[in-house]
Design a protein around this ligand. Structure first.
Ligand SMILES: NC(=O)C1=CN([C@@H]2O[C@H](COP(=O)(O)OP(=O)(O)OC[C@H]3O[C@@H](n4cnc5c(N)ncnc54)[C@H](O)[C@@H]3O)[C@@H](O)[C@H]2O)C=CC1
Ligand SMILES: Nc1nc(O)c(N)c(N[C@@H]2O[C@H](COP(=O)(O)O)[C@@H](O)[C@H]2O)n1
Length: 281
């Protein structure tokens, strides 16, 4: 186990440190390093599904209540994962609830000691119906203007932006991307195709509950290349946002596991444990 003190650090701008000795454990589950040429890219971006959960498989105490689960070591790991993906994706529920930064604060990436925006992922917010009422004070926009994160892409189905939101989004280099909606909202295949067309080769999906449960459904599971879950030593108790995909039934009508993982590795990080795996299809 690696001691949590090796992860904390620098007083300037909350910069995080993730020691090289801890990185090896994750490598098998990560996309190739980011500087591969676009021409060698497969048809779909690499998808890493990653989040922090309590012992009762919950992401937060309630949909509108940001809940810290990761300790310093696994938080630093999450930021290292952010540095290894072209994009970081959340649902609009998370954007509204958390006002997240969605940038990478590992020392040495762009805006935190590094050049330009090198190592910063592109925030992507799935907002099928234009619920996100953002303004220039929202963190992702502040960070983009300060050169400490990339401007977000908002993926929508039907929504059009009013003039105020368009100015905020496009003023810092972000954009609205419209995709065709299926009967049940945005379809993952279509979302990933448009992101691929934008030059995005890897996406770290962070949440929240609805987004994760939808990706873990039969039919979408095959899109997920790897799963990296931080498990914190706490029970949040009934009523929170739960990761629990729809139950599956076999041909005999009996219930069976919804999703099983293979190639599994576990690693303690401080008081948390991190589990990596790949979905068995
Ligand atoms: N512990 C952790 O690692 C994380 C915790 N969270 C927590 O999760 C909570 C938010 O989760 P939710 O309320 O479930 O919202 P969510 O973030 O999953 O957003 C759900 C919304 O995304 C949109 N959406 C677009 N495409 C979708 C698709 N294919 N499938 C499902 N939804 C789609 C829909 O409008 C839907 O209502 C917050 O409390 C946040 O703090 C969020 C991310 C990570
Ligand atoms: N890895 C992890 N651990 C937790 O305890 C969390 N609550 C989350 N939440 C996710 O991270 C977002 C906040 O990111 P910033 O620090 O603001 O960049 C939050 O919106 C969730 O997606 N993750």
């Amino acid at each position: 186990m690696v001691h949590p003190e090796n992860y904390s650090l620098s007083k300037t701008r909350d910069t995080l440190h993730f020691p090289p000795s801890s990185r090896e454990f994750l490598e098998h589950y990560l996309p190739p390093t980011r500087n591969i040429p676009l021409s060698s890219n497969p048809t779909k971006p690499h998808i890493t599904l990653t989040f922090a959960a309590s012992l009762d498989s919950q992401l937060s105490l309630s949909p509108g209540l940001p809940t810290a689960l990761s300790g310093p070591a696994s938080k630093a790991m999450t930021h290292y994962l952010r540095s290894r993906h072209d994009a970081i994706l959340v649902g609009v529920g998370t954007a509204i609830a958390d006002d997240p930064s969605l940038n990478c604060r590992i020392e040495g990436v762009g805006g935190y000691g590094g050049e330009g925006l090198e190592g910063q992922p592109r925030p992507v917010i799935l907002d099928p119906n234009g619920r996100w009422a953002f303004s220039e004070e929202i963190k992702v926009f502040v960070l983009a203007r300060e050169g400490r994160g990339r401007a977000p892409y908002v993926v929508t189905g039907t929504a059009e932006l009013d003039e105020g939101r368009r100015r905020v989004l496009e003023g810092c280099g972000g954009k609205l991307i419209t995709v065709g909606m299926g009967e049940r909202g945005l379809e993952w295949g279509e979302v990933l195709r448009v992101l691929g067309r934008e030059g995005i080769r890897s996406v770290m999906v962070e949440g929240g509950g609805k987004v994760i449960n939808s990706l873990l459904k039969v039919g979408n599971q095959g899109l997920v290349d790897s799963v990296i879950v931080t498990i914190a030593p706490t029970w949040l108790g009934e009523g929170g946002v739960v990761v629990s995909p729809p139950r599956r039934f076999g041909e005999d009508g009996n219930a069976m596991s919804a999703v099983k993982l293979g190639e599994v590795k576990w690693q303690p990080f401080g008081e948390d444990v991190v589990m990596c795996g790949r979905i068995k299809l």
